[in-house]
Design a protein around this ligand. Sequence first.
Ligand SMILES: Cc1cc2nc3c(=O)[nH]c(=O)nc-3n(C[C@H](O)[C@H](O)[C@H](O)COP(=O)(O)OP(=O)(O)OC[C@H]3O[C@@H](n4cnc5c(N)ncnc54)[C@H](O)[C@@H]3O)c2cc1C
Length: 531
Amino acid sequence: MTIADFIIVGAGPAGCALAAGLAKSKHAPQVVLIEAGGSDPSLFSQIPLGLATRVPWRNPENYAFETIPQPGMNNRKGYVPRGRGLGGSSLINAMIYIRGQRQDYDHWAALGCRGWGWADVLPFFKRGETNSRGSDDHHGGDGPLRITDLTAPGAATYAFLEAAKHCGFPLNEDFNGADQEGVGLYQVFQHQGKRFNAAEAYLGAAPYPQNLQVMTNIEVESVVFEQRTAVGVKIRSGGKETVIRARREVILSAGAIGSPHLLQLSGIGPGDALRSHGIDVVYDAPDVGENLQDHVDYTANILSRLDGLVGYTPKALGNIAKAAFEYRKRTGLLTSNVAEAGGFVRSRPEVDRPDLQLHFCIGLVDDHARKMHVATGYALHVCVLRPESRGRVSLSSGRAGSKPLIDPRFFSDERDLDLLVRGARIVHDIVEAPPLAGPASRPLYPIDFTNETQVKQFVREHADTIYHPVGTCRMGGDERSVVDPTLKVRGVDRLRVADASIMPTLISGNTQAPSAMIGEKAAALILDEAV
Ligand SMILES: Cc1cc2nc3c(=O)[nH]c(=O)nc-3n(C[C@H](O)[C@H](O)[C@H](O)COP(=O)(O)OP(=O)(O)OC[C@H]3O[C@@H](n4cnc5c(N)ncnc54)[C@H](O)[C@@H]3O)c2cc1C
């Protein structure tokens, strides 16, 4: 039986940041980090453009969950890719580095999350980062996460920026600087033309420090309690059940889907629902799994022959083959993160800050690129930055290893649909503007934008997530919240959650950097108590 001071479950950006923060501290506690997936990223994960092969389908690095049928999306099931392995979703994500807006965090503080306002979290963002542009008031210069500009953005990406400018959107060279608003190229989690996943950033290569044990290909089945005190976790290894014990704490960093699922399987969640699956209730916590929020997204897919686009044509596939030679110098098309540019825009002039985000992708992304076309083209995405709809992650069964039920309840609040329809109109204006528009450019699915009913219907029929679920183990100052502002799970002892699931509300942007920040801050909170 293994015994450690701290057991961390899940090695995504949050879990890796937390494990490193604890293990490398001067107290040097014994830390065990347990990850369901493998230790070595595949070549498709390391080569940035390889994400086009990792995201659309189930593979060892992608759980590829789906949602239950969504009434707001004409009863379609949504797709929920989630990363698996050391690095978590940073193994398969689009590498875009965004922190969100300062108001997002000040809102958390106003909701009762003391210590989580912008002034509190900014130092953690800065110290997490080494930006290739150097350090300044907004950026760090010697943190574990390597942030760079893209090596070789394509011509089509610049055409998008021109078209957006033509529509009146200002250029922004730094979305994580003084102001988020505008359009521009994204900075990415890359180093020397390769994806720089969170495990590389925080843990480095094995061998790890002697006080950090990293266990891979092991799924934690449940947290083990003595009365209401978490004393360890149950795993299955080689068909045998084993308990790993924690002297100090167990911390769940299994992500916005994994953490609430594991809590429920361990007896913490809505009592009646747990009992109906044969689970003994340790603590009746009705909000576990509730409050699921995600960036609901609409995609305009445009067939186009602009330079720099990828697709399934002989010429485009030939370009990828050529790019393999260039990649030996760590440049060219293979270093693309697909979503090379984008921006943060207001749906209407009277809103006080951007409420929509754009992602410009250098290939068609029809149904998460699961529908393939013999053509080249691009995809211009728009998503609702601060959705009003709230969903849930719940149990499909009480069996360890069973899949969770994921119900984002997209468009259950009609305001999200109205906002996304406004976004679709903005996207339509941009693709119709020069130099994107042209004779060789046409929508894959034409719609009549003068017909509001048709636009709404189209959005319902095609919208889905852009992969940022959060909120299912909500942090708050109120008694119903799942964790308190020190990330301790209410109602039990020696158990915390530290990952994207604790966000009370979704931040305005991509969620990897904020998740890593949560892991770093969790380490600081735990170490503060150790002194
Ligand atoms: C396709 C895609 C594209 C994205 N693009 C971007 C982007 O460009 N920029 C950005 O900022 N964000 C992006 N994101 C979101 C970002 O990657 C996530 O928000 C972030 O990784 C969340 O970190 P986390 O630590 O909370 O959880 P995760 O990264 O989800 O990690 C959780 C880990 O826990 C493990 N785990 C779960 N259950 C168990 C268990 N029972 N036992 C052991 N281990 C377990 C999982 O295998 C996984 O490795 C994207 C996500 C996806 C899926």
